[in-house]
Design a protein around this ligand. Structure first.
Ligand code: NZQ
Ligand code: ZN
Length: 400
């Protein structure tokens, strides 16, 4: 049964090859001072930077630049942005990039005019936003996180090895998102497939909860099938527009709150991946692919009916003559085969995690309660060890 909910998503989407034509009109809604936020330079290589500067100049905007937002943006970088935004009386933050740049811009939008320390206020104490919020607009170049249409902003405090997300309410969502699938053609394959897997992980975090018959679950199964289909095509031919546009749109709907309405959600896989990321600075989607199999194989017995349904409805496993357990396992095996085809990272060892780091990662990992099983700290250690050694099966014996 769906629970009670309020649904609101204020982000305006401009989608498609011609979506940039709308930037000019959007800019008319904001004051003169624009903070142009971007990453390490990919937007310059693809000519996007010049195109945007040209539009901003023609609109008569005063542009302040904030380049160098790194993957897994840091708190120190956020402090730097706060100074710049305050000193230049910024009216609009224009975020051009992937999840890191857009997350960073949303964090900056609430942090710039915050009178106390934004990390303590918003990330540790999770206080509501009671200061001025600078509006954010986004131009998406990397697909996966859904940041373009949600209120989440993930920041890493490097010295304490803490990577923490905060989901703000709809006042912090980007006001608009320009989404041209062609802008993603230049992504390195590693980033592209990492993004594809991040989308899958987002859907699954919301799918593997509850036991009742829920409309959202049917929507998610359709999204997963489309995503699997399109990811395999894009992996073969990165310039297949249809596949890239389907992946882009699927990513947005996978994490803009819509499919979570009235459901409980898990997010334990993300907590595991996030802390692996905090210790290694690894690419987000890859941290998820490296932990998902040991995690799901360890909780599968607690949510067997749903894992069986996943196997049949998403992976087309034939259930005839098999036990529920066998069907569910076949589903996860099919997912593993798909992951191998994409070339995803399957072990945290590849990020430079050492066996000595594992207890510390487990100690700082947030434990979620919405999934099929609430993990203990020792179970987290086991899952990380299984990923490290690549011997998933034994997790099932350790965690019954
Ligand atoms: O910095 P540049 O030079 O732009 O290069 C980036 C970066 O190195 C590159 N890139 C982006 N677009 C490109 C491109 N390279 C060539 N051509 C293009 N068109 O890709 C690299 C990765 O970019 P990044 O923004 O870091 O990737 P992603 O979109 O996966 O974002 C990851 C961040 O989002 C957070 C993650 O934790 C991580 O910090 N997440 C945000 C969420 C949200 N807002 O809801 C949810 C997610 O679960 C996730 O936690
Ligand atoms: Zn994610």
């Amino acid at each position: 049964m769906l629970g009670n909910f309020m649904y609101c998503n204020p982000t305006k989407i401009y989608f498609g090859e011609e979506s940039m034509n709308f930037l000019n009109d959007e800019l008319k809604n904001y004051g003169n001072n624009i903070l142009l936020v971007y990453g390490g330079g990919s937007i310059k290589k693809i000519g996007l930077y010049d195109e945007i500067i040209d539009i901003l100049n023609k609109c008569g905007k005063k542009v302040t630049e904030l380049p160098g937002v790194m993957p897994n943006p840091t708190l120190d970088k956020l402090y730097e942005g706060c100074e710049l935004a305050k000193n230049n009386d910024i009216d609009l933050i224009l975020a051009v990039g992937g999840g890191s740049v857009i997350d960073y811009s949303k964090a900056l939008s609430v942090a710039a005019h915050c009178e106390s320390d934004p990390w303590e206020k918003y990330y540790i104490n999770k206080e509501p936003v009671d200061n001025e919020i600078i509006p954010v607009g986004s131009i998406l170049t990397m697909v996966g996180t859904g940041s373009e249409m949600n209120g989440t902003a993930v920041i890493t405090k490097t010295d304490e090895k803490l990577k923490r997300g905060r989901t703000f309410d709809y006042k912090v969502y980007p006001k608009f998102a320009i989404m041209n699938p062609k802008l993603t053609y230049s992504l390195p394959r590693y980033q592209m497939v990492s993004g594809c897997f991040d989308i899958m992980a987002h859907i699954l975090e919301q799918y593997f909860t509850d036991t009742d018959d829920n409309t959202s679950d049917y929507i998610m199964e359709g999204m997963l099938r489309s995503l699997i289909h399109s990811s395999l095509i894009a992996n073969e031919n990165p310039e297949d527009y249809e596949a890239r546009s389907n992946i882009m749109w699927c990513a947005t709907w996978a994490l803009n709150t819509f499919i979570a309405m009235g459901k409980t959600t898990d997010w334990m896989m993300h907590m595991l991946g996030q802390q692996v990321g905090a210790f290694t600075n690894a690419t987000h989607g890859m941290t998820l692919s490296a932990v998902i199999l040991p995690y799901y194989r360890s909780i599968m017995k607690s949510g067997l009916g749903k894992f069986k349904r996943f196997a049949v409805n998403v992976w087309g496993v034939d259930a005839k003559g098999k036990t529920d357990y066998e069907v569910a396992m076949e589903g996860l095996d099919a997912m593993e085969e798909f992951m191998n085809k994409l070339g995803l990272v399957m072990s945290i060892k590849e990020f430079g995690v050492t066996e000595e780091m594992i207890p510390a990662i487990a100690d700082t990992c947030i434990i979620k309660t919405g999934g099929y099983k609430i993990l203990t700290r020792d179970e987290i250690v086991n899952i990380l060890n299984e990923s490290f050694h690549g011997t998933y099966e034994s997790v099932l014996e350790k965690i019954s």
